[in-house]
Design a protein around this ligand. Structure first.
Ligand code: ARG
Length: 361
């Protein structure tokens, strides 16, 4: 059986798998042997996991340009950018300096769990899927030096914890698990079949770790799906304050890190094509007891939320169910072709619309 036949079978059984939908045997067979080998690495996750939604992880920043005939249609489909419409990612954080508070929707929303993260990859290293163990260890060393700029800052001072065995900053066992349970640290990646096939979880747990501010509201993950995941998390209602916290910390830290992989077209380059553009995911936890039938039915809430450009997932992370009392995680679906400021407003407007439905439902 050739790859093309395998992919055809996936396309029939799993119409949601975008890799399978857009893979072209004609394009593939016209590539050089080397390029075919590169494409096979990029699409391996979607081949091994037919139920993938995207089904591909870039291995090098240049993959998006080098294999545009395959990847661009997948990207356009996922991010809903029509064929023929230009793609040029713009960045704008300006709205985060004017007030935007969830309390303005309802007094009841003054104490929600809010989180915003961006993915970043350093251009000088291969993307996580193609890193060697030595690359991962070296990358972490470079970051540990860069964290000094935060450690010395009164607003961002904190500590770095490493999962690398025998590291001077080692975090392991129950102490690691406690950070995972507190939603501060990422889960054991070796348990994720998508990441495993994409090469992203290789050499686990070497080169992995997290920086966390003393207030525990500013966190940087090292060595997860992207080289860096930089985030702010808070309980409260001040959405603009949350974004501003991320923006300030991100700027301080970025000034000390070698250049990030970025393109005029796709914005910040990420392993997964779903995250291109702003590479931003901003979310809130909301109790939607009625819209989820008491937490029993996420699908109904997903369908409603889609109308407002929001995705719904459980509070236990990707692929998890609703929590007690129908608590779900809502976030704007778009990452590409939308600015950082627009994401903040989409989340606010979407939360407002969903809340009105929940109250009236
Ligand atoms: N590779 C998985 C898929 O294609 C994950 C997609 C989105 N999630 C993510 N964490 N990048 O279905």
């Amino acid at each position: 059986m050739t790859v093309a036949t395998d992919i055809l079978a996936i396309r029939l059984d799993h119409p949601e798998n975008l890799m399978a939908r857009y893979f072209s045997e004609r394009y593939f067979s016209a590539l050089s042997q080397d390029d075919q080998a590169r494409v096979l690495k990029i699409i391996k996750s979607g081949l091994d996991n037919p139920d993938s939604q995207m089904g591909a992880y870039a291995q090098h920043g240049g993959d998006y340009d080098d294999f545009a005939p395959l990847l661009e249609p997948m990207i356009r489909d996922y991010h809903k950018i029509a064929a023929g419409q230009g793609i040029a990612q713009k960045h704008d954080w300006s709205a985060t300096t004017s007030p935007c508070s969830l309390e303005d929707i309802d007094e009841a929303l003054r104490d929600v769990s809010m989180r915003v993260r961006v993915g970043r990859n350093v251009a000088a290293f291969p993307l996580p899927g193609a890193m060697t163990k030595a690359d991962r260890i070296e990358f972490e060393k470079v970051m540990i030096k860069a964290f000094d700029v935060l450690k010395d800052d009164p607003d961002f001072g904190g500590a770095y914890y490493s999962l690398t065995p025998k590291s001077a900053f080692e975090l392991k066992g129950q102490a690691y698990q406690d950070r995972v349970d507190a939603h501060q640290m990422f889960k054991d990646m070796s348990g994720d079949r998508y990441l495993n096939s994409g090469g992203i979880s290789s050499d686990w747990p070497f080169g992995r770790g997290m920086y966390i501010s003393a207030a525990e509201d500013f966190i940087i993950w090292v060595g997860e799906e992207d080289h860096l995941r930089i985030m702010a998390m808070k309980r409260g209602g001040d959405l603009a304050g949350l974004f501003a916290r991320l923006h300030v910390g991100l700027d301080k830290f970025s000034a000390r890190v070698p250049a990030f992989a970025h393109s005029e077209k796709y914005g910040y380059i990420t392993s997964c094509p779903t995250n291109l553009g702003t590479a931003m995911r901003a979310s809130l936890h909301m109790a939607l007891a009625k819209l989820t039938q008491g937490g029993q039915d996420l699908e109904a809430a997903k369908t409603v939320a889609q109308k407002f450009g929001l995705s719904v997932r459980g509070v236990g992370g990707e692929h998890s169910g609703a929590g007690q009392g129908g608590i779900v995680d809502i976030s704007p679906s778009a990452r590409l072709g939308i600015t950082e400021s627009e994401i903040m407003h989409r989340l606010f407007d979407g939360a407002k619309a969903l809340w009105a439905l929940e109250k009236g439902a």
